[in-house]
Design a protein around this ligand. Structure first.
Ligand code: AMP
Ligand code: MG
Length: 309
């Protein structure tokens, strides 16, 4: 499990969630460690937490690169997999974000994530030649998806997919779907920085505060009802060499960790998969191009905290 790798991240993210308001009615809160981070569920319905945890666990078992039997691991290890509808959906969605962002978002970034040591937390600065070699197998358009036969294939030796930039948002969306199926109308799910606010909290929208990534306190708060919010930043996983910060979000076009002006980017969207993928993409694109890119998606709002660098 990647818990070890992410041990600092969940604490930051839990702090970033501030549920404002109080009521005499009971509000059930429960947390678990899943997908390498903390999942928190808050709802006036006592059934909500179990439903959410069960569904996130199911999605994790399909998509985690840290679970050897997951579909993503089989795909990476053998170059092909007979996949579930969920995995095919995520891969196709990811290909779409890759196309629309002209490669800033790309799940075939896996070999580069490994190379820089983010998979095992064994950080290193690779040689330029190693990066060039990995770049040859980057490109979501190379992934073959055969929906008739439910097959996904990686046609080139060394190709690997890493759905870390989109999977948590998808898992949250699927958990929301399960809640709705059970008639639950009010719940907040926070899977680290990927959050969905279902319905209202005792008649008022949920309120989520956005943490200041470089200092104490927050940079604002938003009221949310039936909306997702996702934050990506260079403070989640990173290492510092010669006073330079290398973050876990890689620019697939260069092979180097994204060096944008952004410290953190928060995206509000109708669904959490979109919020998750866009937050990662905008981090790579930087403020100007990222803001422009977000305009392609209706109902999306972006909040960027720039670096003082
Ligand atoms: P997030 O925390 O949602 O921004 O996702 C970051 C994770 O997405 C990283 O830990 C990698 O697993 C993966 N990733 C890194 N760079 C990219 C990229 N350019 N496009 C898609 N996924 C990426
Ligand atoms: Mg993301």
């Amino acid at each position: 499990m990647k818990l070890k790798l992410f041990s600092l991240f969940p604490i930051c993210c839990l702090l970033s969630i501030l549920i404002i308001g109080c009521s005499r009615q009971p509000l059930y809160k429960d947390s678990r460690i899943m997908m390498g981070t903390y999942v928190s569920v808050i709802s006036p319905d006592q059934r909500a937490a179990k439903i959410v945890f069960d569904e996130i666990k199911r999605i994790e078992s399909l998509l985690s690169k840290y679970i050897p039997a997951s579909e993503i691991s089989i795909l990476n290890n053998t170059g092909k997999v007979k996949a579930s509808a969920e995995t095919i959906f995520v891969v196709k969605k990811a290909q779409g974000f890759s196309r629309s962002s002209e490669g800033a978002f790309d799940i075939t970034v896996g070999p580069l994530v490994d190379l820089w040591g983010f998979t095992n937390r064994d950080y290193r600065i690779p040689q330029a030649q190693e990066i060039q070699d990995r770049l040859k197998v980057i490109g979501s358009n190379k992934i073959i998806v055969n929906e008739e036969e439910n097959m996904i294939q990686l046609p080139f030796q060394g190709m690997k997919v890493d759905v870390g930039g989109i999977a948590k948002g998808f898992a949250v969306d699927r958990a929301v779907k399960k809640l709705k199926e059970q008639g639950i109308t009010s719940c907040l799910i926070a899977l680290a920085g990927d959050i969905y606010c279902l319905g209202k909290k005792f008649g008022s929208p949920w309120r989520v505060a956005i943490r200041n990534p470089r200092a104490q306190g927050t940079i604002g708060s938003v009221a949310l009802e039936d909306k997702a919010i996702s934050t990506s930043g260079d403070y989640e996983q990173y290492f510092i060499r010669d006073k330079r910060r290398y973050s876990h979000i890689i620019d697939p076009r260069t092979g180097y960790p994204a060096q944008s002006s952004i410290v953190s980017v928060t995206v509000l969207a109708q669904d959490c998969l979109t919020a998750d993928a866009l937050a990662t993409t905008i981090f790579v694109l930087g403020k100007e191009k990222g803001t422009e890119f977000a305009k392609k998606f209706s109902g999306v709002k972006v909040i960027i905290k720039n670096s003082p660098r």
